[in-house]
Design a protein around this ligand. Sequence first.
Ligand code: 13P
Ligand code: SF4
Length: 349
Amino acid sequence: MLDLPHVRSALSEHYDLTPSPEVAEAMADTYARMARVVTPPDWAIYAPYVKAINALKKERNAVILGHNYMTPEIFHGVSDYVGDSLQIAMKAQEVDAEVIVQAGVHFMAETTKILCPEKTVLMPDMEAGCSLAESITAGGIDEMRAKYPGAPVVTYVNTTAEVKAASDICCTSSNALQIVNAMESDTVIMTPDQFLAQNVANQSHKNVVYWPGSCIVHEQYTAKDLRDFREWNPGTRLIAHPECPPDVVEEADFSGSTSGIIKYVTDEKPQKAMLITECSMASNIADELPEVDFVGPCNMCPYMKKISLEKILWVLHTGENEVLVDPEVGAKARASVQAMIDMSRKLGL
Ligand code: 13P
Ligand code: SF4
């Protein structure tokens, strides 16, 4: 675990991180992308970190991959590439950098390492896990194979390298349905997200059997919440991530991956929108879409929220928290991830 008081005092010996309205003003263009959701005093606190991180990235030949659930100062301030799990995994393969800092959760950093074994992948906080990734081990995949002999295993990328290695192909929320449909067998095993699997099953002709994992953020929403919300605030467009339970997805106007949600809101520009997903999603697109009123509650992912500017600066400065994957496991996991990427490209996704 990072010793934050130590991190703070060590960083202050090398960088001027005192809140500064002058530094904030000098980066007014960056601030403009989050001005609707970040107050000027907060930006004066973040700006010296953003300045230090962006300078250090150049020195270290590093890039930062930011998931859509990062807070705005990370998403807009220091991320070189942003997107959903699939997009940032694919970007990792293209970037010409020695070091990749994964502003996201641990399984995303592992996916990057699996795809780019020659690059140094750093995690700002090793404890940024995921309830889905923690719900299954490679032994769970063996159990499912024993129960459904011959059925292919489609595994959500929200899993460890060992679990990916034990699977036939990976999927993300943006391609799960198409990948399941493309399997030759009538029965398809999906792991580890029971709700993603049920949502896929509801749209597929396949017999989808699944592992009982779930996301602690999305499982909290209920269909009744959505109905109550519609009644309280009529005319709001409800947009849900497919990790939500199926009756929630049914009640919503649209369901898609994090980038699918952004695309939908950007294209449709509803007057009022409630994003049934992690809190930062709405914050990150609020300034680009001033005509949309983002309303309603949201749930925070405690794992994603472990990532901060301070921790990003620390790992870039020290090179600590390198993510390593056993080469043999990595090669097998890579085959599953690459099979997904190849199939996504083939299907034009
Ligand atoms: P996306 O692949 O849609 O970005 O989702 C990742 C995730 O962890 C959602 O909870
Ligand atoms: Fe995992 Fe859910 Fe957090 Fe996504 S939101 S990282 S699925 S716990």
